[in-house]
Design a protein around this ligand. Structure first.
Ligand SMILES: Nc1ncnc2c1ncn2[C@@H]1O[C@H](COP(=O)(O)OP(=O)(O)O)[C@@H](O)[C@H]1O
Ligand SMILES: CC(=O)N[C@@H](CCC(=O)OP(=O)(O)O)C(=O)O
Length: 245
């Protein structure tokens, strides 16, 4: 059976992809797996905002985004992070294509809560036919975490949430949330396997904070919506913490 694998690459992880990462992608492709990359780029967005005198403000790992903020977010994601990632794939001989919300209506979303987050969205529709067409051409789609609303407003989407929505929509088997830590830590130890119930408990007891919050809520959501395994790890060659039923 064809496996579908969604890999979210955090902003920091995107600049440090190893040869082993690309070898793993090639091995999965030989096994006929279908792969989607969703990239982050929070660090790039924050530094461009600072350069352009736009305040950097996050609420539980989600960026408060003004209209000027959304323009800067597009500049960082589509002008800096995505082209660098597409280039890394080219250099490592994996055929890939950079896509965004506007690519034939790839990602449609709605505003989360304008009063709290500003122009931040949640994805509710994915042009799955476009992704299928890319797969037929053996291209790996590399997708930016943005959405466009029904009335044409661009929205900033947390990249963990974007990867989860795409994994759910494409009925993916595996979701990798690559980050700068090798898994979820409790008292300094990396957990190997946890249920969504246990993940929720960790979240509620504040063992998980900052950027790990959207990852855990994404993992819970993904597993409850049919994704078999969610991996929180720093590399695809290591399973990290697996969230599974
Ligand atoms: N219990 C925890 N286990 C591991 N990391 C945690 C935990 N709680 C908070 N974190 C933080 O979450 C960070 C990962 O989130 P973030 O920096 O937003 O990554 P990314 O940019 O890859 O999305 C870790 O570097 C760590 O500082
Ligand atoms: C709404 C929201 O928070 N959007 C994120 C999108 C990028 C992202 O999530 O990047 P990382 O995965 O590298 O953190 C942001 O503006 O930072």
């Amino acid at each position: 059976m064809t496996k579908k694998i969604v890999i979210k690459i955090g902003g920091t992880a995107a600049t440090q992809l190893s040869p082993a990462f690309f070898e793993t992608i090639k091995t999965w492709q030989k096994q006929h797996a279908k792969i989607i990359i969703v990239h982050g780029g929070g660090d790039h967005i924050s530094s461009l905002m600072t350069q352009l005198n736009e305040p950097v403000q996050k609420i539980n790992g989600i960026r408060f985004t003004t209209q000027k903020g959304i323009e800067i977010t597009k500049m960082a994601l589509l002008g800096q992070v995505q082209p660098a990632l597409v280039e890394a794939f080219r250099l490592n001989a994996v055929a890939a294509i950079g896509l965004n919300a506007g690519s034939n209506q790839l990602l449609t979303g709605h505003m989360l809560d304008q009063d709290i987050y500003g122009y931040v969205g949640a994805i509710h529709q994915v042009n799955s036919q476009l992704i299928q067409k890319m797969w037929q051409q053996n291209l790996v789609p590399i997708i930016a975490p943005l959405a466009i609303s029904n009335d044409g407003q661009w929205l900033n989407v947390n990249a963990d949430h974007a990867a989860t929505a795409i994994a759910k929509y494409m009925q993916a088997d595996e979701l990798y949330l690559l980050t700068d830590v090798s898994g979820v830590k409790v008292s300094g130890n990396i957990l190997q396997k946890i249920t969504p119930q246990k993940a929720l408990e960790l979240q509620e007891s504040h063992v998980i904070t900052g950027g790990m919050v959207p990852k855990i809520s994404s993992a819970i959501h993904a597993v409850e919506r049919g994704v078999h395994n969610v991996h929180i790890t720093n590399t695809v060659t290591h399973p990290g913490t697996i969230i599974t039923l």
